[in-house]
Design a binder for this molecule. Sequence first.
Ligand code: ASP
Ligand code: MG
Length: 403
Amino acid sequence: MKTVVLKFGGTSVGNIERIKKVCKIIASYKKKKRRVIVISSAMSGVTNELVKKSRLISNNFDKAEYDALVSTGEQASCALIAGRLNHIGFKSRSWMSWQLPIQTEGPYSSSRIKKIAIKELNNYLKSGGIPIITGFQGINSKFRLTTIGRSGSDATAIMIAKFIKADECIIYTDVEGVFTTDPRQYKKAKKITKIFYDEMLEMASLGSKVMQPTSVQDAKLNNINIEVKSSFISKPGTLISDSKKTCSDQIITGISSTKNDAKITIVGVKDKPGVAASIFKPLSKNLINVDMVVQNISQNGQDTDLTFTIKADDLKKTEKLIKQNKKISYKKLSFDKNVSKVSIIGVGMITSPGITYRMFQSLASKKINILVISTSEIKISVLISSNSVKKAVGVLHKEFKLD
Ligand code: ASP
Ligand code: MG
């Protein structure tokens, strides 16, 4: 008998009607004679409300209590699902993370799942029951509740699939799957039928909100195929795995764009060993994520310009840290808040020459100025003015035959 893990996101269980609908989906797998395990997020909005409450209590809310608080949303949704399944005639019960347990390690709010005990779960499955397990939460070695990062229920589902050796892991959400680019921004976006883990990882890290990046990494490491699909309409979704039909002549799989980036240029810093390290050390200590970095070749062998990007939210703090930094000297500091990163992603670019040229040429044809460029084996990113993002995505979507 095949075992399937079904994960439902916050909007899929967002109200009572939707929970009833979700239970029909669960029942349909049971009718197909599957062993079914369900992971649920909190009802949409609930976790955010809890976060807000913690801030009203204290702006320095205890980290362990924070996790104890924000993980409660999942308890409610799981009990509601199990209750409804009971009502329509199925054997089902809820399982909190600590009842299994789901053991985690690492700091509160961003723990990672280390181990999941499955013996009881297996017995329950054998007896025909449908376990409904809380996503997002776990316990640490001190038996305190932990959480694994916002949107972490995806990762819970993938780790449950791993430990229980499930045949399938299906992520039910409010979109039909993974799209070539954001369908709300660009109408010609198409649903991707199959995508590699690495491509999905880039898409997720670069702003596609469909899946949490850590969960994609977990899936890749453990070789768990995932299907992402909608809980609202019954249509095939996107399969994320390490194999893809080779018939496709598509080089680029998707295009992503970010919002709220900021660019900082330090003009006239000394060109000598250790300068970049001196600049970035205080930033890393303050958990400021630096993304793209370019350093110009110095003209006179003495000083150079260094440009890098961060999230716009971190701009003030970064400015302060650079100005306070006694280890560096420079001539001028400049900032640009209205910049965005547009990236093309696809494993096909490893073997196809000329992709970089085609990207730059397309942008040039629309008179879009490129501020910073960065590349990896499977993606090319450019930093451009935020006003041009829509135009850039449009021209690239067309150039790489995604329309
Ligand atoms: N409820 C948690 C959150 O909103 C976890 C999740 O949705 O996956 O972040
Ligand atoms: Mg969520």
